[in-house]
Write a protein that binds this ligand. Structure first.
Ligand SMILES: Nc1nc2c(ncn2[C@@H]2O[C@H](COP(=O)(O)OP(=O)(O)OP(=O)(O)O)[C@@H](O)[C@H]2O)c(=O)[nH]1
Ligand SMILES: [Mg+2]
Length: 446
C-alpha cells in the first residue's frame, strides 16, 4: 500500500483504530428492544468479519436498548463493564456491530482504554488487507481516508496541545490542521489517479462490447460461492476461500455453455449488509461488469440460515448502489448454491419460502459440480434471443468462408447441395449484420 497513506493512518489512528491481525477482541452490540434476535445472530457475521481480518474473538457483550447512547453507543455503565470484561479476558480491542460516530469512538476509548473498531472500519481494513491491484488499493485508500478525515479532530491526543482551550488555537491544533490538509491533498491525488484508471477500464469495456458475446456477471453475497462457480464454469483457477471478500476485483473469461453458445462470464466482489458508504464508489467501479451484463447470476448460499436476509441485501444493493435509478437492469437468474449442505428440515422450510419469491432459480452445488448442465441451459434460455439458429448455403467456390463461420459460433455441416455446402449455424444475434455482409453466403431460416 502507498507509503504516504500508511504514514497518515498510523500517525492518527495508529494502534487505536486499525486492524492488523493478531488482536484479541471482544465483540459488542446492541439488540433492539423487543427484537427476538438471539446473541449469536447479532454476532455471526461480525465474527466472520473478525476472523477474515485475522482477529481472535475472545468474548462478547450485548445490551438491549431502544437506541444507541449518543455519547457512548452502549450506556456508560455498560462501557465500564466492557473495560472489566476485556481486562479479565486479556483483550486489547472492542469491535462494535454498527457504525460509531467519531465522538462515541473517542469516548469509548477513554473509558475502556481499548482500541475501538466499528463494523465499517473492520470492513475497510479487510479490503485494505486484501486489495491486490493498484486500482483496488487506491480505491480502498480513498475510502479509508474519507473515513479518517472527520475523525482527525481531537483524535491523536499526542499531537494536540493539552493546554489549548476552546476558542484558542494551540500549536497542536495547528499541526492537526496541517495534517488534515495533507489528507485532503492525498484524497485529491487519489481521485485523479482513479480517473486515469477509469479511462483504462473504459478501453477494456469497449473491447468486451465489441466482442459481441453476451455478458453474464456472477454477483451475490460474500462467501456464497461465486468464485467456486466461476471456477467450475471456466476451469479457471481463481481464489476460493472460506473468508469474506476473497475476491476484490473482477475477472472476465470466455466460456462455452454449449457448442456455439459462448458468453463472457465475470466473477465480482461480494456484497454485504451495511456496506461502509465510503466504499460504495470503489464498489461501483468494480461492479461495472454487472451493470453491463445481459444477465446476472445471483449466487445465494442455500445452506445459510441467513439466506433470506442475504437475498434482500443483494436486491437492495443492486437497486441502490450498483444501478442508478432508471438505469436499465439485466434480468436475474438466482442460483441456490451449496445445496449439498442443506440437511435439516428447518432450512428446507426456509428455502421453500424463499423459492416462492425467487421466480427464476436453479439449484446447484458449485463445489461438487451438481446442477451445472441445468444451470447452463437456464442461462441459454434466459439469454434466448442473444443467439440465432439458422441454415446457410456456402457456395463451393466460397468454401473459405467456412473458417470464418466456425469462429463466430457453432457450425455444423448438414449436407452438400448442387450449388454449395448447407450448414447449420448458432451465432450471437449481434453477428447477423456481419453474416449478411459476407459475399456469396445465402442465409435461410433454420
Ligand atoms: N459445501 C459447499 N461449499 C461450497 C460450495 N460452493 C462454495 N463453497 C465454499 O464456500 C466458501 C466460499 O466460496 P467462494 O467461491 O470463495 O465464495 P465467494 O462468493 O467467491 O466469496 P467472496 O469472493 O469472498 O465474496 C469456500 O470455502 C468454498 O469452498 C458448495 O456448493 N458446497
Ligand atoms: Mg470470490
Amino acid at each position: 500500500m502507498a507509503g504516504g497513506h500508511k504514514y497518515l493512518i498510523e500517525d492518527y489512528l495508529g494502534k487505536r483504530a486499525r486492524v492488523y491481525g493478531g488482536e484479541r477482541a471482544v465483540l459488542v452490540g446492541i439488540i433492539p428492544l423487543g427484537s427476538a434476535e438471539e446473541e449469536w445472530e447479532t454476532f455471526d457475521e461480525l465474527r466472520a468479519l473478525a476472523y477474515t481480518a485475522g482477529v481472535l474473538v475472545v468474548g462478547h457483550l450485548t445490551q438491549r436498548r431502544s437506541r444507541p447512547d449518543p455519547a457512548t453507543f452502549i450506556g456508560r455503565g455498560k462501557a465500564e463493564e466492557l473495560r472489566d470484561l476485556a481486562a479479565a479476558l486479556g483483550a486489547d480491542t472492542a469491535i462494535f456491530n454498527d457504525q460509531l460516530s467519531p465522538d462515541q469512538a473517542r469516548n469509548l476509548e477513554e473509558i475502556t482504554g481499548l482500541k475501538i473498531i466499528d463494523r465499517s472500519q473492520l470492513i475497510l481494513d479487510i479490503f485494505a488487507q486484501r486489495a491486490g491491484t493498484r486500482e483496488a488499493e487506491l480505491a480502498v485508500e480513498l475510502a479509508q481516508l474519507e473515513y479518517l478525515l472527520p475523525r482527525m479532530r481531537g483524535w491523536g491526543k499526542a499531537l494536540t496541545n493539552p493546554g489549548g482551550r476552546i476558542g484558542t488555537m494551540g500549536p497542536g491544533e495547528t499541526k492537526m490542521e496541517i495534517e488534515r490538509r495533507k489528507v485532503k491533498r492525498r484524497i485529491q491525488a487519489i481521485r485523479r489517479a482513479l480517473k486515469e484508471a477509469d479511462r483504462v477500464r473504459e478501453i477494456r469495456r469497449k473491447r468486451r462490447k465489441s466482442s459481441h458475446l453476451p455478458q453474464v456477471a456472477i454477483v451475490g453475497y460474500t462467501n456464497s460461492g461465486k468464485s467456486t462457480l466461476f471456477r467450475r464454469l471456466t476451469g479457471e483457477d481463481v481464489l476460493v476461500e472460506d473468508k469474506l471478500f476473497a475476491t476484490l476485483d473482477t475477472k472476465v473469461r470466455k466460456v462455452a455453455l454449449e457448442a456455439g453458445h459462448f458468453v463472457l462470464l465475470s466473477d465480482t466482489v461480494g456484497f454485504i449488509r451495511k456496506l461502509p458508504h465510503q466504499l460504495i464508489p470503489a464498489f461501483r467501479a468494480t461492479m461495472e461488469s454487472a451493470r453491463e451484463a445481459d444477465l446476472l447470476l445471483n449466487v445465494l448460499d442455500a445452506s445459510s440460515p441467513r439466506v433470506m436476509e442475504h437475498f434482500r441485501a443483494v436486491g437492495r444493493i443492486l437497486a441502490e448502489e450498483v444501478f442508478s435509478p432508471g438505469e436499465p437492469r439485466p434480468p436475474v437468474l438466482h442460483v441456490l448454491n451449496k445445496v449439498d449442505l442443506v440437511r435439516d428440515s428447518r432450512q428446507e422450510g426456509l428455502l421453500e419460502e424463499l423459492k416462492l419469491e425467487l421466480g427464476n432459480y436453479v439449484e446447484v452445488s458449485a463445489k461438487h459440480g451438481w446442477g451445472m448442465d441445468e444451470l447452463k441451459r437456464a442461462i441459454i434460455e434466459a439469454l434466448g434471443d442473444r443467439w440465432v439458429d439458422l441454415k446457410a448455403l456456402v457456395p463451393y467456390e466460397k468454401s473459405g468462408v467456412l473458417g470464418v463461420l466456425g469462429k463466430l459460433g457453432r457450425l455444423e455441416v448438414i449436407g452438400n447441395g448442387e450449388r454449395g455446402i448447407v450448414v447449420r449455424l448458432v451465432v450471437p444475434s449481434s453477428e447477423l449484420p456481419r453474416l449478411k455482409g459476407i459475399p456469396g453466403l445465402v442465409l435461410m431460416e433454420a
